[in-house]
Design a protein around this ligand. Sequence first.
Ligand code: AP5
Length: 213
Amino acid sequence: MKLILLGAPGAGKGTQSEFIVDKYGIPALSTGEILRAAVKNGTPVGLKAKSYMDAGALVPDDVIIDVIKERMGEPDAAKGFILDGVPRTVAQAEALEKMGVEIDLVLDIEVSDENIIERLSGRRVCEKCGATYHTLFKPSQVPEVCDRCGGRLIIRKDDEPETIKARLATYHEQTEPLVDFYRQRDKLVEIEGSYSVEKTRDRIDEVLGALPK
Ligand code: AP5
């Protein structure tokens, strides 16, 4: 199974991909996570990406295409994967097609900008394993401590209010055109993402369960 999770920043792509990974046993390939690790480790990719990420802008397509090509070539991605946060421009989507990547389905998680701001303002992530929480909607059992691994929960640097606005503007301008791109290819399924984590998960499960085995 090869899936793309499309949606605005904070729509719930990372949250829902955690569930798909657990249930379907395919890895989530998140360019955001790969880039954050690269920035943390000070690699050449991280050095190129940092200023764009801090500003809520997109990292250049050539950097992303190299990153995702390399990640898709790892052994765990041989039987399928979820692309979380990529493609994010028409140029990235076309590059995937040129590479011969055949996508089964694109799940477009739709949430209003108002909800996005509320979600990103309360988001906490585990600095160790990357698990995602929300202070109101998905709190950890012990405040500021990850349920999965006991790591410390932190606020992402790009979840500052001004950066959230910039990320949303970037999304509408550069990523939203992908909705039509994949609709034209008959791959798009719209998922109402403003419901609870569980209700959204059930809808995604229903859609994936109906895919031919
Ligand atoms: P990336 O890490 O991909 O960030 P994003 O797309 O902005 O997405 P997020 O991780 O912020 O949100 P999400 O949809 O995963 O939501 P989540 O599940 O966490 O990218 C970061 C940066 O890297 C980009 O800005 C860019 O600079 C660069 N980059 C990455 N990929 C790139 C690419 N392909 N091209 C160019 N540049 C790239 O949920 C959010 C919060 O809401 C959480 O707190 C969660 O608990 C809560 N929540 C989730 N679902 C619900 C629900 N149903 N109800 C209530 N709360 C919910």
